[in-house]
Design a protein around this ligand. Structure first.
Ligand SMILES: Cc1cc2nc3c(=O)[nH]c(=O)nc-3n(C[C@H](O)[C@H](O)[C@H](O)COP(=O)(O)OP(=O)(O)OC[C@H]3O[C@@H](n4cnc5c(N)ncnc54)[C@H](O)[C@@H]3O)c2cc1C
Length: 387
């Protein structure tokens, strides 16, 4: 499917180059890595060496000087090949963006070259057990102790903390007791005393694991604070919009992978006199899934463009819509793909059944379907709030 109308020649070239890399690894690589309890280090390193992981980061720090448009192309194409790298959503997209835009020169020098060349990875922690979708309720608290910060709180479902060199933790400053969100962001290195993690037993077959975190008076130097203590919300959204665009890319890629597998199968499998794909009951839902994925990608491209052009407000609405559309399209595409394979859809050999759970992730994280519908109801349509 051509993207020439909305993407530049460079983008198209990037798509095909990443697709070629993805093809060399593919789904089998990912399932082997997961079965053996490993991480996709080889793919991560090769993608980094080719400049794909840091494509959005500033050139002066070893990045490609591009934007979220390019980074989302990389993730989508790896996903379409069956080997998405989930940590791209957090490491270069959220953390890299926030540090590049708001970090001090020292933070930029310490982190950006490593995030760009893949030698450093950063996780991102905002979700809390007692706050969930209501991030205004987060209670992870930072208080001053001399020049240091002491950070205390709990986080849940944080991806990749075991492999990340540090986690960018969203807290709030202690004097912000007005009930208004006044987030501040801290870089917490993995082995900092008092920073504990416990793996959550998830029904997901993915190399990236989720963790519950306990921060118990974690002492951090003053330079652990990223950006300005009082400009928290702006800084946070600088990272959250790319996260939504990247989740859309993750979902579109997975949906494309599933539809392609189903189409291949439907062209071959014959139980009457034609391949099953000739029956419209099989073909039409696949065509519909294909259309819906294309539409979701268009919205993703719009959101990425707005973000890269510096329109944070416009990007916020578009990124939410893109994430919503992509997650819904992905869930439907995977469901139809599994169904198309009949019994084989549920076998390990064909590898599609595990995507049923994986596809749901994009519907829940980083912000659930309902919270996006709330956002659009209130922000875009001006409807009153029920909560
Ligand atoms: C695989 C995975 C990876 C993740 N990785 C990370 C990560 O790296 N970092 C991180 O910070 N977080 C991460 N998360 C957390 C994720 O962002 C949260 O799960 C998500 O924001 C939803 O929060 P919750 O699970 O507490 O659900 P809840 O907030 O408890 O919501 C439960 C249900 O109620 C609905 N609901 C809640 N409020 C409303 C409302 N006002 N109106 C209508 N419906 C409502 C929700 O839509 C949902 O269906 C991850 C989650 C998963 C599953």
């Amino acid at each position: 499917m051509s993207t020439a109308v909305v993407e530049t020649e460079e983008h198209t070239a990037l798509r095909s180059a990443v697709a070629a890399l993805g093809k060399r690894y593919g789904r089998d690589y990912m399932t082997t890595v997961v079965r053996e309890g490993r991480h996709p280090d080889t793919l991560w390193a090769e993608a980094a060496k080719l400049g794909y992981l840091g494509v959005n980061l500033p050139e002066e720090y070893g990045g490609g000087g591009g934007g979220i448009a390019e980074l989302s192309i990389v993730l989508e194409e790896l996903g379409a090949a069956g080997c998405p790298l989930l940590m791209m959503v957090v490491s270069p997209a959220i953390c890299g963006t926030v540090i590049a835009r708001f970090g001090t020169d020292t933070q930029k020098a310490a982190w950006l070259p490593g995030l760009a060349d893949g030698s450093l990875t950063m996780a991102f922690g905002i979700t809390e057990p007692d706050a969930g979708s209501n991030s205004h309720r987060i209670t992870t608290t930072a208080r001053r102790d001399g020049d240091d910060w002491l950070l205390t709180g709990r986080k849940v479902f944080i991806s990749g903390v075991d492999i990340a060199d540090a986690t960018l933790v969203v807290g709030r400053t202690e004097d912000a007791r007005t009930g208004r969100l006044k987030p501040c962001l801290f870089i917490v290195p993995r082995d900092t005393p008092g920073f504990q993690r416990a793996q959550i037993d998830m029904e997901l077959q993915a190399p990236e694991k989720q963790f519950e975190l306990v921060l118990d008076d974690v002492r951090l130097p003053s330079e652990a604070l990223v950006g300005d203590e009082d400009a928290g919300l702006l800084q946070l959204f600088a990272g959250l919009n790319p996260e939504r665009v990247m989740t859309a890319a993750f979902a579109v890629g997975m949906g494309r992978y599933a539809v392609n597998r189903a189409v291949e199968y439907a062209k071959e499998r014959t139980v009457w006199k034609t391949p099953v794909g000739a029956h419209q009951a099989v073909a039409h839902p696949l065509a519909q899934a294909h259309i819906e994925l294309e539409l979701a990608r268009l919205m993703m491209q719009k959101a990425a463009r707005l973000y890269d052009d510096g329109d944070d407000l416009g990007a916020g609405e578009a990124a939410n819509m893109a994430k919503y559309a992509a997650a819904e399209a992905c869930v439907k595409a995977v469901d139809q793909a599994v169904h198309t394979l009949g019994g084989n859809g549920l076998t390990r050999e064909y590898g599609l059944a595990s995507l049923i759970t994986a596809a749901r992730v994009a519907r829940i994280a980083p912000v659930s379907r309902e919270m996006i519908l709330n956002f659009v109801s209130h922000q875009s349509l001006g409807l009153p709030k029920s909560y």
